[in-house]
Ligand binder design. Sequence first.
Ligand SMILES: [Zn+2]
Length: 119
Amino acid sequence: MHELGLLRSVVTAVERAAATAGATGVEAVGLRVGTLSGAEPFALEGAWPMATADTVVAGARLEIETVQAAIWCPGCAHEQPVDEFYALVCPVCATPSGNLVRGREFAVAFADLGVPGHD
Ligand SMILES: [Zn+2]
């Protein structure tokens, strides 16, 4: 599963942060996931328990913030949302645009670490 590999990278990054902070556990992990990132939120949720098993991240809540993909349209002089059938064309006025301003994000937004003496 593609999402499991992505989440293993996330878990590794959070494990490093937890080790640096001396954290005893992780309460929650937030991800920013673009609609064109190639990762499905539903599949990420499904793979989360397996990806975190036997790590300091096990039991942490996964919070996914979906980022709607958008292009900058020179015709509209405005951003326009695009769906998964991203076709390099403005959905409103059909002006060609290769300028994707967001939508490919796959990043850790935050990690709530359980740090002793810091509620
Ligand atoms: Zn347009």
